[in-house]
Design a protein around this ligand. Structure first.
Ligand code: GLN
Length: 486
């Protein structure tokens, strides 16, 4: 007999229908006293209690503090002092620091590490009166595309529990898709918000580099990382993004805040980049969506971005290079796990050998290699030059179009274990998403329909990339895609 508890629809929990609940909908209900923030929190805690054992979306659930935060939110609402996110239950990826809480990045090396300060996004959300439900599973230090690289077991896709939820923010995506949270924060270095959103039927937004403070986000690739929302709708993505965006004196790369302007009708498609390595069903869903957009008044224009085919190779040089330097801090002395050893060198080797999983070690090795003298010119510096050309492809494209459309991922959610032993096959999953991080532009994934696999309809995502600070273009086009697929 199967021990899998299927998530039934509709999901009525504590008298609240949370099946399709959105932040916007919950806000209206909370403000009109339809239910309290405590009721809403209990609804999600009950759903977590029933399904998290199977899904493994959360590594830790904070029932007590969540209830206390919900009560505080109810008081804010009673005093008419509520903000956009007061009383909204959110899930937080395990690489974002919350003071006093364990933050492990799903790594053994940080199993017992407790954050000593709040990430800026957490400070901001606390001031809004958010309810923090717990921390979500992820690929170790955000390296991966399936959440199979966690030291704490794989997360399952709520739509088909034999499949991965995507990664690295797979726990956050599974939590929202399974109604174990109303929305979540993830981080995106090469697709880790957009690709799990695609695999779980959600909206995932990677903001412009610098739009959201990275202070308190454990760094993976510092020139690529951004925190962003995973939500059910584009409207919710906008609400959450607007709350966390803005300049932070703690992050010198953060941008001053800017307006979200809903505009744009011209969509460019880099056709030649879509000629191979993409599942035919995903491609036909993508083409159908483009046709529908054309029929509803969007200009669909073929464009040439000649350097996009190099993006994946460039990413897998630059990202490991930054990983290898960023992860040097986990030395068994300053943070977390520390192996017993007789000498300092043996201590480093044992701590890092035992504390890091295979993918993290692989990236550190690649990164150290491409940065080593004698090879840095051939690999790291060459990759940086090609990165500049990719960036130029984007700025040239935005002279004629408002956004660029690509599928989010070349395939729907794959089976657990299917690619786990083949790192190159896993890396190829990122082919369409890494481009945005290399260029620093914002990107969004919005559901564009489903493809059938083994009798299950699996969601797939439509990706839009816009110019720097043009999240408004993405959000307005994502809303159009949502309407088309209703
Ligand atoms: N899947 C990509 C990688 O493994 C992206 C990860 C991410 O965005 N954090 O590097």
């Amino acid at each position: 007999m199967s021990n899998q508890k299927k998530i039934q629809s509709p999901i009525i929990s504590h008298g609240i229908d949370i099946t399709h609940l959105t932040i916007a909908g919950a806000r209206r209900a909370l403000d009109s006293n339809e239910y309290t923030a405590l009721d809403l929190t209990e609804a999600y805690l009950a759903q977590i209690a029933e399904h998290n054992l199977i899904l493994n979306a959360y590594l830790e659930v904070w029932e007590d503090s969540a209830r206390a935060e919900a009560r505080a939110a109810d008081e804010m609402i009673a005093r008419g002092k509520q903000k956009a996110l007061t009383g909204i239950p959110l899930a937080i990826k395990d690489n974002i620091l919350i003071q006093g809480r364990v933050a492990s990045s799903a790594s053994k090396i940080l199993q017992k590490y407790r954050a000593v300060y709040n990430a800026t996004v957490i400070e901001t959300l606390k001031a809004q009166g958010v309810v923090f439900l717990g921390r979500t599973n992820m690929d170790e230090f955000a390296m991966g595309s399936s959440t199979e690289n966690s030291a704490y077991g794989v997360t399952k896709n709520p739509i088909d529990t034999t499949r991965v939820p995507g990664g690295s923010s797979g726990g956050s995506a599974a939590a929202v898709a399974g109604s174990l949270a109303l929305a979540a924060l993830g981080s995106d270095t090469g697709g880790s918000i957009r690709q799990p959103a695609s695999h779980c039927g959600l909206v995932g937004l990677k903001p412009t580099y610098g739009a959201v403070s990275r202070y308190g986000l454990m760094p993976m690739g510092s020139s690529l990382d951004q925190i962003g929302p995973l939500t059910r709708t584009a409207e919710d993505a906008e609400i959450l993004f607007a709350a966390i965006a803005g300049h932070d004196p703690h992050d010198s790369t953060s941008l001053p805040s800017y307006a979200i302007e809903k505009k744009g009708k011209k969509i460019g498609v880099p056709r030649s980049f879509l000629s191979e390595g993409i599942d035919p069903d995903v491609l036909s869903c993508f083409n159908d969506t483009l046709q529908k957009l054309a029929r509803s008044g969007y200009d669909i224009i073929d464009i040439d971005m000649p350097h996009l085919p190099y993006a994946l190779s460039v990413y897998y040089v630059i990202c490991p290079a930054e990983v290898s330097t960023n992860l040097a801090r986990y030395d068994g002395i300053r943070y977390g796990y520390s192996a017993q050893a007789d000498t300092l060198l043996e201590g480093y080797m044992k701590t890092r050998g035992e504390g890091f999983g295979p993918e993290v070690r692989r990236r550190i090795l690649i990164g150290t290699f491409v940065l080593s003298s004698g090879y840095a010119d051939a690999y790291y510096r060459k990759a940086r030059s090609v990165r500049a050309l990719i960036r130029k492809d984007f700025s040239s494209a935005f002279e004629t179009v408002d956004a660029i459309a690509l599928p989010t991922a070349p395939n729907p959610a794959f089976k657990i274990g299917e690619k786990a032993s083949d790192p190159l096959a896993m890396y190829l999953e990122d082919i369409f998403s890494v481009t945005a991080n290399l260029a620093g532009v914002p990107g969004i994934s919005v559901p564009m329909g489903t493809v059938a696999r083994d009798g299950v309809q699996l969601p797939v995502g439509f990706q839009l990339l816009s110019g720097w600070r043009e999240e408004g273009v993405l959000l307005s086009m994502a809303e159009a895609v949502e309407k088309l697929s209703q």
